[in-house]
Design a binder for this molecule. Structure first.
Ligand code: URA
Length: 174
């Protein structure tokens, strides 16, 4: 599944992989995690960036799942490094096509796909990184994956942190 959005977007959001809803509808972030992503729009809107302008995609292009029995509910399964690596050329093509100023890295899978297997989201979240990726200099801001906010015990604290990481990035673009 390809990403969605404008090829002239100023910001690219990179998530993990499509979920059940995304797989059905053929668009990234249309399920529960996407609702949270909508909240990021506010941060970008305050920086004068039209939220509709963001290009949204995933590191892994297919829905990876386990299923107890045929026709039972498909349950999200974290992609392996091998699967993430296999999808790398598609993500690289999107990075080359979209002329964004900033990539928001949503969680560990996206981070490892873009920045290598030593990536640790807890160490770099909210910081602005400048890295050479597939031969291009990119500016990136990592934050946690929106699903981790939905799972957190202290949801408010997780939510505040999730919003404040890209907020720093949005100010940078203002
Ligand atoms: N939906 C997506 O498209 N990507 C994620 O990482 C999570 C949910």
């Amino acid at each position: 599944m390809f990403g969605a959005g404008d090829a002239h977007a100023r910001v690219m959001l990179v998530g993990e992989q499509p979920g059940v809803q995304e797989d059905r509808q053929g668009r990234p972030f249309v399920g529960p995690a996407g609702k949270l992503l909508d909240l990021l729009d506010r941060a970008f809107a305050e920086a004068g960036i039209d939220p509709g302008e963001a290009y949204v995609t995933n590191a892994v292009k297919h829905f990876e799942f386990t299923q107890a029995e045929p026709r039972r509910r498909r349950i999200h399964k974290a992609p392996t490094l091998r699967e993430t690596t296999a999808c790398g050329p598609w993500l690289a093509a999107e990075l080359a096509l979209v002329e964004m100023e900033l990539v928001v890295v949503l969680g560990a899978t996206a981070g490892k796909a873009l920045l290598g297997s030593s990536f640790r989201v807890t160490q770099v979240r909210g910081t602005v990184l400048e890295e050479e990726i597939h031969g291009r200099r990119e500016r990136l801001v990592p934050t946690v994956h929106p699903s981790s906010v939905l799972r957190a015990d202290d949801r408010q604290a997780a939510y505040d942190g999730f919003l404040s990481d890209p907020n720093a990035a949005a100010r940078l673009l203002a």
